[in-house]
Design a binder for this molecule. Sequence first.
Ligand SMILES: Cc1ncc(COP(=O)(O)O)c(C=O)c1O
Length: 364
Amino acid sequence: MAFAGAAAPNGRNETVLLADFPRVRLAHVPTPLEAMPNLSRQLGGPALLVKRDDCTGLALGGNKARQLEFYLGEAIAQGADTVITTGAVQSNHSRMTAAAARKLGLGCEIQIEDRVAERGLAYRASGNMLLYRVFGARLHPFAEGENERGADANLELIAGRVRAAGGRPYVIPLGPEHPPIGALGYVDCAQELLKQARETGIEIDTVVVASGSASTHSGLLAGLRALESPARVCGICIRRRGNAQAERVLMRARMVADLLGRPGLVRADDVWVEDGFLGPGYGQPTAEMREATALAARLEGLLVDPVYTGKALAGLIGLVRRGAFTAGANVVFLHTGGTPALFGYPELFAEGGEGTGSPGAAIA
Ligand SMILES: Cc1ncc(COP(=O)(O)O)c(C=O)c1O
């Protein structure tokens, strides 16, 4: 399988060839790498930067645009006419899959996993849920939200019905045992990020990212190692506890390395996950997430979401406060998008919960 490196001036490999994999272009790239000077100052400690993958362009942006380039590339290569996938009620993956399918002239069927208990009407009707309907996707409710294997198995039943009606389905499952084709998008992102760092004249110490299905985390990690970068990747758990997530990331990263034809690229001690910011569970708000959301907005004009990037940023803030980074380090927050889900959680900033009008004032 193709992996080739061209030596960069500093001796590092500059190019990971992904040309052997079917691909369509969906993401607006390169996404900006920006400094967060106000948040850095407020927290003291390392220099914080943000890699703006919330700005990948497709249907309000996010990490899934890079992943879908490879999934839909395969779908087109197989002659599919309908894309089927699964996700939570407020799934950014499902929203962007619907958008990508439409852009390529394909049908879209979305399984909606009921994963998050006790959410209100906005959660069930606004944000991504509204957007699935705008894209005209066919929706399939799935009550057992935490049954990942069951959710994937049910996708096959939906695919069977599409086939029986004369369609040609392409299924994007989210379970860990499936080939991590989407993660190749983050091998590409690793390459893009290292190029930007080199052009900016900085050395990246750590990239902090929300770690869910682990395609983003594992692709980024494998990509950095393939390019001989020592940068660490810290995955903030947003769905499951640390042990299970670390196991998943390692397994997925090894699968990515195999896809690149580079077995042995990622070692167990390369995998760093933090589960102290998950709170009661997936999609359940935490005080730290709310504080991170307010800090990002009020100090940097940056929007994060309650399910993924708000918790990931809360993780980054918590690690800085804990002294996990040296003062001179450059720490990159990989902003994976998700902001439409904010509209599913209006109670977080309900009337009375607004600020004082001043940047950096105490966040309630
Ligand atoms: C906004 C956002 N960030 C991060 C993630 C996690 O990415 P991954 O599933 O690749 O771990 C997701 C996944 O749905 C997401 O929607």
